[in-house]
Each structure stands twice: as C-alpha cells, then as structure tokens.
Design a protein around this ligand. Sequence first.
Ligand SMILES: [Zn+2]
Length: 304
Amino acid sequence: MDKKNNPAICDYEDSDYQSSFWNQGGREYEDGVEAIALKRLLPKDGQLLLELGAGAGRNTSRYKGYERIVLLDYSRTQLEQAQERLGRSEKYVYVAADIYRLPFIDGLFDAATMIRVLHHMVDAPKALEQVRNVMQADGTFILEFANKLNLKSMLRYWLGRQTWSPFSLEPVEFARLNFDFHPKTIRNWLKDLGFKVEKTLTVSHFRMSILKRTIPTPMLVLFDSSLQWTGAFFQWTPSVFMKACGGSRGSGPGNNENALTFFKCPECRHAPLKDQGSYLLCPNCRNKWGIKDGIYDFRKPDDR
Ligand SMILES: [Zn+2]
C-alpha cells in the first residue's frame, strides 16, 4: 500500500486501554491535570464539537456545554464502550473513521479536541490538515501532544542513555506508532495551516512514579495546575496543550438537526450521502457506509 496516501493507523480495537491504562493504571494525576488544562482552554459552550480519538469517552463529559458532540475513533469497540458510558441520544454522534480521511463536510465544527492522539500519527501534518478543513473559520482547536523536549529526555540524552536528541525538530518514533514532537514543529505546522496559537499550557510536570507514589494526588494536581501557565514561555513537560484558532474558509451549516447532513463520502468527498436505513449511500461513487447499533462506520465501504 502507498504509505503516503494511506498512513499506518494505530488501532485500539479490542483493547482494554480504558480499564488498564486509566481505571487501574494509577493515572488519576494525568487525568486530573488534563481536566484542568481543558477547562482553561476550551470555551465553556458552543454548538458542535468534534472529539478526535474519543476512545471510551473519558473526556466527553467535560464538553457538556456543547449542544452536540461527535465522538470519532478508529476503533468500534472503544466507541461501544463510550456508548455504554454516555448512552444513545441526539446529543452524541458516534463515528468510526480514519483521521486521515475525515467523513465530514468542510467548515462544520465550531470546536475540536485531539488529546493523546497525535502521539500515534505517522503523518501528523496530514491529520492536522483534515482537522482544519472540517472546522469553521474561527473555530477553537485544542491539541495535546507528547513533547520530545521534556526534562526527562534531556537528562537521559546528556547521560548518554538515549540516542535521539530532544532538541532536534523532527518527530521521534520511540516505539512503533508512538511519536513525540518538538513544540516548535507543532507551532510551525499549525501556522502553515492558518491556525493561530492563542495559548500554550504545559501539563504533567510531575509525571514521575516516585512523586506519584509519595505525594497525595490532589496535592500533585494542585502543584501542576499552578505551573501550567509557564507553558507560554517554555515547554519542558511530557505533555503540552495548545489552543489554536482557525479552520477552513467556508462555514458549514453548524449544528443542524439531522446528523446526516454532517457527512461526506471519505472516498470521493461527495456530499450529501443518502440514508438507506442500515447504511449511507454515496450517490457519486456508489460506496456504502454502514450504520450499526448507532455507530456510523466510515473505515471501509460496506460490501453488502
Ligand atoms: Zn463517494
């Protein structure tokens, strides 16, 4: 397969990520500090928010001021877990799709979040371009990325325990489909796409097991919270949040009553698609995109 047109995807299908990493993984600290950063960056309310890499919906309740939320993930089983948590209603639209081929019309969303997702993107600029296209011109995009320029990697590099330099601008793939990025590179990519970075927060200053074991979590979260603003000046933490303003030129219909009007064909980009009950039909290329148990599936055409 052509790698450029079809970048490899990190798939969480059938993974117990939510329970092993978040619920029993000793990650209350990370969850707590992310919640604070999100609260500081994302406008409290709005119409239509796109949650990219929503997983099992860990963050979704933090967007409750939005009239409608589209949860997107490549893994259907993660979305099923999110559905169990949030229920099926008009407020939530569940979409299984590939970020490199987003199935939404241009200029649709007034807000988007992408947290712990870019970390798995082999072609990050291509993913970010897709996000820009589906956002309204003055949309708010909250992006979290894993920072290669963190204190731990600097120390390891100086001690000779790490071969790659945390100071160079290219992303580093430290494990298969796991990438850390230089903050300057992210800023450049966002700028090239017409986004304006309005705010930068550093997060997880104290992500060290000895601190997490010895200091009570609420206290550690409070310390982190009091330092996040320093991200405006330097970014040496393993996780960085940016608030970027921008989007595509066009302005979509916003929060329309019918979620069907949100979609375009990820194959030929035609819109609108036709509702056939158990699938959406693209009248242009004739591909069928399945709908099953309240989840729209745009990963592969349905061959019924
Ligand atoms: Zn089509």
